[in-house]
Ligand binder design. Structure first.
Ligand SMILES: Cc1cc2nc3c(=O)[nH]c(=O)nc-3n(C[C@H](O)[C@H](O)[C@H](O)COP(=O)(O)OP(=O)(O)OC[C@H]3O[C@@H](n4cnc5c(N)ncnc54)[C@H](O)[C@@H]3O)c2cc1C
Length: 465
């Protein structure tokens, strides 16, 4: 098929593959979120920084919106184009450029998958700080542009905290390097250099301020030993107070993953596996942990953590670990049975960030939404961070029959979470209608966007911009 005029411009001088056939574009309509998709006019599969710059320059010249997409596995709608837009596909920018063991850094292109990078690091006895539970398929670029979290978060917090610097193609088509790499020959080794931290501007920006083309990530020794265990608490309040103590006493140092479960989930898992179990004896909150280090470190920390839990009425909940949590662990990550549902867009996933004392209100907000919308299956969980926690509300629906209803219900739930001091995380398009609540933060962000992207071509509507 002959390319249109804009398609020819997008192809530029380089090796970018441009797709304009409707069939080829079907897969670019949306990601795994419940946010509505659009029909793009073209998709560009970039193979070099020059391809990226050419696509951004064409979009600017033509004043056509451009959305960045990697694996499209995020549930926030950030990769969803509007009608007539260009989608810039970065999945072929997938080279591991350097693993610098002297500096403790990996320099990668954004389309590198966690599967490929972890395999390469593993051969050298290394690993990454934070790895999303996507498993092998999600890309590093997609994760850092949407505030990834997951395995490693109790120790390292968020994917952004593991970024030493970036190379970004700005909406103008110009190239920016951040951190120590502003001095080209010095390269990436320090996130904070010269002046303010411009790296942070692109983390979580969902592609709205520029296209990330290189990422410098810290790497870490791969722990030699790992084991899981679970703790049960009589109520959400004592569980939340325990999490604060755990974090303040820095007992999270050898914890690589922590998941918090509400009573509903605990009951379903335990009674499903052991129908004879006395229901009334079940804890109302459970924190399941994955500890890694040397076997001595893990044994020492586990004993201290269990003792600390006892101060809040908690105790080891070995049954939960045995029948459920330990079985979720794969090599580098955890895998939930409903994961395939994300891929087929049959569940809405709303992520938020909260202070520990908010945990009881978070679970009660889910309970309220469950009662208001019994037509959906609701689930809620926590991911332990270095400080505070991330909450996930997961709502399962039937796409063919409940598409409109789920979006109304999820918007209601988002507003409920905000009213309960839960702050949006992985915002993209899903939280966009609520951005005007963030006053000066949002107006400043909008001004910044206007300065960097005066034609408004980068991901319009994402983050409410
Ligand atoms: C089963 C499952 C489990 C998951 N578990 C987790 C989890 O535990 N933690 C977690 O954080 N996420 C999780 N995710 C979400 C997501 O898969 C990961 O964050 C993943 O790494 C995102 O990569 P992607 O390539 O799919 O990004 P995409 O979905 O393609 O893009 C995500 C966002 O980043 C932007 N973007 C992508 N590349 C660039 C770039 N080069 N420059 C600028 N912007 C860019 C896009 O515009 C979009 O807004 C999960 C998803 C699934 C399906």
């Amino acid at each position: 098929m002959k390319l249109s005029q804009i398609g020819t411009e997008l192809a530029g001088q380089g090796g970018a593959l441009v797709l304009e056939d409707k069939i080829d574009l079907l897969g670019y309509r949306r990601d795994t979120s419940i946010a509505p998709g659009g029909n793009p006019a073209a998709a560009v599969i970039a193979r070099s920084v020059e391809d990226v710059a050419a696509a951004v320059a064409t979009a600017n010249r033509r004043k056509v919106p451009l959305y960045v997409r990697a694996a499209g596995s995020t549930y926030a709608g950030g990769a969803n184009p509007c009608d007539g837009a260009i989608v810039l596909d970065t999945s072929a920018l997938n080279r591991i450029l350097k693993i610098d063991e002297d500096r403790g850094l990996a320099l990668v292109e954004p389309g590198v998958t966690y599967g490929a990078l972890l395999a390469e690091l593993g051969r050298r006895g290394l690993t990454l700080g934070v790895v999303p539970l996507t498993g092998a398929a999600g890309t590093v670029g997609g994760a850092i542009a949407s505030h990834g979290l997951g395995t490693g978060s109790p120790r390292y917090q968020s994917t952004g905290d593991e970024v030493a610097g970036l190379e970004v193609v700005l909406p103008s088509g110009e190239l920016l390097r951040t951190g120590s790499a502003v001095l080209a020959d010095a390269g990436f080794f320090a996130r904070y250099a010269v002046g303010p931290d411009l790296t942070g501007m692109f983390l979580g920006a969902s592609g709205s301020l520029g296209v990330i083309t290189k990422i410098a990530l810290w790497v870490h020794p791969r722990p030699e030993y790992q084991e899981t265990f679970a703790l049960g608490f009589p109520d959400y309040e004592s569980g939340a107070r325990f999490i604060s103590a755990l974090q303040l006493k820095e007992l999270t140092h050898n914890l690589w993953y922590g998941a918090g479960y509400e009573d509903k989930a605990i009951e379903a898992r335990v009674m499903g596996a052991r129908p004879q179990f006395e229901r009334a004896a079940l804890p109302r909150f459970c924190l399941a942990l994955d500890a890694r280090g040397t076997s001595e470190e893990v044994a020492r920390d586990r004993a201290r953590i269990v003792a600390e839990a006892g101060r809040f009425g908690g105790a080891e909940f070995a049954l939960f670990d045995e029948i459920f949590f330990a079985k979720l662990r794969r090599d580098n990550t955890f895998w939930y049975s409903y994961a395939g549902y994300f891929g087929r867009s049959m569940c809405a996933l709303l992520m938020c960030s909260m202070a520990n004392e908010t945990v009881p209100r978070f679970f009660r907000a889910i309970q309220n939404n469950r009662e208001a919308h019994p037509e959906f299956i609701w689930a809620g969980g926590l991911v332990l961070c270095r400080r505070g926690v991330h909450g996930a509300v997961i709502v399962f629906y039937e796409e063919r029959e409940q598409w409109e209803q789920i979006r109304m219900a999820s918007e209601r739930c988002c507003r409920d979470l905000l009213a309960n001091e839960c702050v949006p995380y992985k915002s993209g398009r899903v939280w966009a209608p609520m951005m005007d609540q963030f006053g000066r933060y949002h107006t400043t962000l909008a001004r910044l966007k206007k300065t960097l992207d005066p034609n408004g071509i980068m991901s319009p509507q994402i983050l409410g911009l």
